[in-house]
Design a protein. Structure first.
Length: 274
């Protein structure tokens, strides 16, 4: 079964790129633009009026809203759209142009979508990752795969001032564990037999032993109670943290811009496509 939004993407492209001056992009942000994409900031109060004049009649809210709807079947653009949505209140022209680049990428790959197959079995796969110290705003993300493709995914800004990469990874793990609990309950309601515990894959070698081992240390005693959720789920035999190398961590696509080779690899994993 293949879920796509080809018609929605074509309508978006016709509406926002009607002048046909937007070139095709094979990935949302090319390698040369990654640093500038991560360095984007909202317009200051002094710049807001001039930026609004530069935008003119173009509506960045309408563009980003349309892109958000497209993320329902395109998890590969989730981080990029979430990043731009931070600037909706005080947008710049560069934010609008970055949105057009994402739309151009979607139009170039409009045939892609979530492909589910019975050949992949009925086991859940969970991947979670977080960025820390890579750019001014740390992000976390996760994906839950079933039938070969993603059935739930998210890219979220970390709302704590994390003091280490371990804490950032545990923050992301917690959100993945909460989402996994919902998926467990949904599948059980539908009469699906779940194989417990579900593996939750992380590339943090520091987070895995902390979740597995009860107790606190001088480094972790300040953690908020909600960060303990992943450990609680492990102790209840609902999930088990599993380390995987970063090159196999497809949730990395939800935390930062990727170079082309990694982006295409992780996109293929999430969408179950080549």
């Amino acid at each position: 079964m293949l879920l796509t939004q080809t018609l929605h993407i074509e309508k978006m492209y016709t509406k926002f790129c009607s002048d046909n001056t937007t070139k095709d992009f094979s990935i949302p942000v090319h390698a040369g633009g990654i640093d500038s994409f991560h360095a984007m900031t909202p317009a200051s109060d002094a710049e807001l009026e001039s930026e609004q004049l530069a935008l003119g009649p173009r509506s960045i809210l309408e563009l980003l809203g349309s892109l958000l709807w497209a993320t329902n079947t395109r998890p590969d653009i989730q981080f990029y759209v979430s990043w731009l949505c931070q600037f909706m209140q005080k947008p710049r022209l560069e934010h609008y142009n970055a949105g057009l680049a994402i739309l151009s990428y979607l139009n170039h790959t409009k045939h892609l979508g979530l492909r589910y197959s019975a050949h992949h079995g009925e086991d859940l796969e969970v991947y979670t990752d977080a960025s820390w110290g890579r750019h001014p705003r740390d992000f976390c993300g996760h994906a839950i795969l079933f039938g070969g493709a993603a059935i739930s995914f998210a890219s979220k800004r970390i709302r704590l001032v994390t003091q280490s990469s371990q804490e950032a990874e545990i923050y992301g793990y917690t959100y993945a564990a909460k989402d996994l609990r919902f998926i467990h309950q949904l599948l059980q309601f539908l009469g699906h037999a779940i194989q417990f515990p579900t593996r939750v894959c992380t590339d943090s070698s520091a987070a895995v032993p902390w979740i597995r081992n009860p107790g606190t240390t001088a480094r972790t005693r300040h953690y908020d109670k909600f960060l303990m959720y992943g450990r609680e789920q492990f102790l209840n035999n609902e999930s088990v943290p599993t380390w995987i190398p970063s090159k196999d961590q497809c949730a990395d696509i939800f935390t930062k811009c990727e170079d082309k080779s990694l982006f295409l690899k992780f996109r293929g994993k999430l969408l179950n496509c080549v």
